[in-house]
Design a protein around this ligand. Sequence first.
Ligand SMILES: [Zn+2]
Length: 275
Amino acid sequence: MIAMRSADVEPAPVVRARPTVALMYHALSGVDARGQDPHYTLSEAAFREHLEQIASHSGGGTSARDWLVSNSGVGAVITFDDGHLSNHRAALPALCEFGMRADFFVNPATVGRPGFVDWADLREMSASGMSIQSHGYDHRFLTDLSTRHLREALYAARLEIEDRVGTPVSLLAPPGGRVPRNLESIAQECGYSRVFASHPGRLRAGETRTILPRLAVTATCDSATISRWLNGKRSALLRLQLRYHALAAAKRAFGNALYERTRARMLSDHGGTSE
Ligand SMILES: [Zn+2]
């Protein structure tokens, strides 16, 4: 028998979906700092370095809204929480320059307050292709609300953002990443198709889960870290998961109010390097 040459049995190329992650940003420094958390505030230069890293990654950067429509499994999802003024003054121009989009999760109760974007800013961001979505009505943790209040808050937030911005709202990011047990069904009842939480993990091609992970980008997160996340380095993700579960245990043990007070004290004592 004549052995087949390898060229005759060329195996079909194995197509492996690139890992996809959703990045969770908050504020950029250099713009009105009122309401910003230094632990989650990056310099504009650092953010632009991240965008360069994302641009070189397969699929580039896009909003969760657009990513879910293509559901292709490629590209990094870029999100911002809280609606800080720097989202409009610094993040928007940088994203436009790189030809990228992002979702901005805002609270109607803080829109227009000192240090935060107003409705005209959000309409301008939406007209530039950005996705304006819901971070709840105010910034109260959803786990602190009764079922009735949770339903009212999520419904009111969606309607007010849709009314003021003029585009559909279908995504929710729970404040502080606190996810009540019944959130999936209540969010769907209130017109949300997906919840972007803040437990670390990857997004999958053809994503069917309602509650999805995001990776929290903090002040010390450099472009090398972003590169490791985008390239699916298991050790980098594992480190985030261990840290997340340790913090989640502390939140459960202390309760939301005491945990936040303790964290705020540690941040002021240690120049914003502790959580
Ligand atoms: Zn928030």
